[in-house]
Ligand binder design. Structure first.
Ligand code: GLC
Length: 456
């Protein structure tokens, strides 16, 4: 594979990341990390940061280390790491720290949210380790963070897969990183708007800003927002005790995308330990990874030709399917059979579904819920493209991977570093907020990693 490498764009990408660096001090300790975009996101987001570090390690490993150290600075005593770790000095974002009320769990005063995001951390660290080794550089920094990563994985296993099914449960759409994907519609609709306390409506109306700073037709709908905040409010009253939350929440789902990343992260952690001669510990995480890949493989619904999600709220296990980008993620985890892979390739390359000019849409074009500019209901996002590219490589579909790589880099080159993109190219610009860090980091990661492979 030999993508067209655009050096000035790599330089611009580094510049976007540099300009989004932010510092916050808590209890005399200073943390340095990259904001997703200064136009709106003034805190540290979990999987964005994992991605920033993966793109930065080639040119600025020191900042990549700081990014991860800052995330770990917000890790709770029990191992949890929030989907947002808050900037101490910003009170503009809604819902901010007071909404989450998690202070008592923090180890050193760093405040964060009580929910997770796709657990990409070990994947990020393993990539950093690999690049440092390739460059013949010292990897002792990695050794220093391994215990935190192990603690994080133990936390997820204990709190989200206590039944040892191989699949972790998410308790909020935001935990999937794909906030308003149509795959949450079924489950969310069980929360009646009329049952939501009126004070939550008032808070949303007064404080929500993403739809005012950005265009409201590109952002999640108001009813969805009420439900998101309702869930946060409910969990706060359960004092972030997962067992209590799981007993009463209307939103508990085993998701394909989150679990594919969970499998990949366990493989990555196992590799990190293996490289350090810790064979016994490595086996534990390799086993967890294979449990998850097996469970994902079994979730395939041959009639629908999709992987099922499971609604596990109130002790039930209700399978359902939704035609979204999440269906391709088992490729990334190495969980698809040959037959599943072939069917997925047909869906991916079908111009009526996913094979658009600026691929890959987050929802299939023929899904009735598809909308070409609304957040995760249609737009193409560089992060999910990255998972597809790597998954296709794993399955020997290098030609298709190369086409998506070209399309991803091309989309960013045509429109700049935006949050997401119109898959059909109808709107001749990026969508969401601009000068977006992970689009820049993904550009660096993809162009550097795959040009490197072309040289080998
Ligand atoms: C949105 C995305 C989420 C991302 C965050 C910051 O909430 O849905 O995946 O982490 O923005 O970029």
């Amino acid at each position: 594979m030999n993508p067209k490498i655009d050096l000035p764009i790599q330089k611009n990408a580094l510049e976007v990341l540099r300009k989004n660096i932010y510092q916050t001090s808590v209890k005399q300790k200073t943390y340095s990390y990259i904001l997703p975009s200064k136009e709106f996101y003034m805190h540290q987001w979990f999987w964005d940061s994992c991605m920033h570090a993966m793109g930065l390690v080639y040119d600025n490993p020191q900042q990549a280390f700081k990014e991860i150290e800052s995330l770990l600075g917000g890790q709770w005593k029990n191992g949890h790491i929030g989907h947002i770790t808050f900037s101490h000095d910003d009170n503009t974002y809604f819902p901010g720290p007071t909404w989450w009320a998690t202070e008592e769990f923090s180890q050193n005063g760093r405040l964060s949210s009580g929910i997770i995001q796709p657990p990409l951390l070990a994947v990020s660290i393993n990539h950093i380790d690999t690049v440092l080794r390739e460059k013949g550089e010292d990897t002792s920094w990695v050794d220093g963070v391994l215990d935190n990563i192990i603690q994080y994985h133990m936390y997820l296993k204990k709190h989200r897969d206590n039944e040892n099914s191989g699949l972790i449960t998410i308790i909020h759409p935001w935990e999937s990183g794909t906030d308003n994907s149509p795959r949450w519609d079924n489950v969310l609709s069980t929360i009646q708007i009329s049952s939501i306390p009126k004070r939550i409506f008032r808070e949303v109306h007064t404080n929500r800003t993403d739809n005012k700073l950005g265009k409201s037709q590109d952002r999640p709908r108001t009813d969805d927002y009420y439900r998101y905040l309702y869930l946060v409010d409910l969990y706060k009253t359960r004092k972030w005790d997962t067992q209590e939350i799981l007993k009463t929440t209307p939103f508990a789902v085993k998701d394909t995308l989150v679990n594919a990343i969970w499998a990949k992260a366990n493989k990555a952690l196992s590799e990190l330990l293996q490289k350090r001669g810790k064979r016994k510990e490595a086996e534990v995480f390799a086993l967890w990874a294979s449990q998850t890949t097996e469970a994902l493989q079994k979730s395939w619904n041959p009639k629908e030709k999709m992987y099922a999600l499971y609604d596990v709220s109130f002790g039930q296990k209700k399978a359902y399917c939704e035609d979204t980008i999440a269906n391709f993620l088992p490729l990334y985890a190495g969980a698809a059979t040959r037959e599943q892979r072939n069917i997925l390739m047909q869906h991916l390359t079908n111009p009526n579904k996913y094979w658009t000019k600026y691929a890959v849409p987050s929802t299939s074009l023929d899904n009735p819920s598809f909308e070409n500019s609304r957040y995760w209901r249609g737009p193409s996002w560089p992060i999910t493209n990255l998972f597809l590219i790597e998954g296709l490589h794993l399955y020997g579909a290098s030609y298709c991977a190369a086409r998506i790589l070209e399309k991803t880099l091309g989309m960013i080159e045509d429109f700049g570093f935006f949050e997401y993109y119109n898959p059909e190219g109808k709107e001749k610009k990026g969508i969401g907020f601009g000068k977006f860090s992970w689009s820049a980091a993904i550009y660096l990661y993809l162009s550097k990693k795959y040009s490197q492979q072309a040289k080998d």
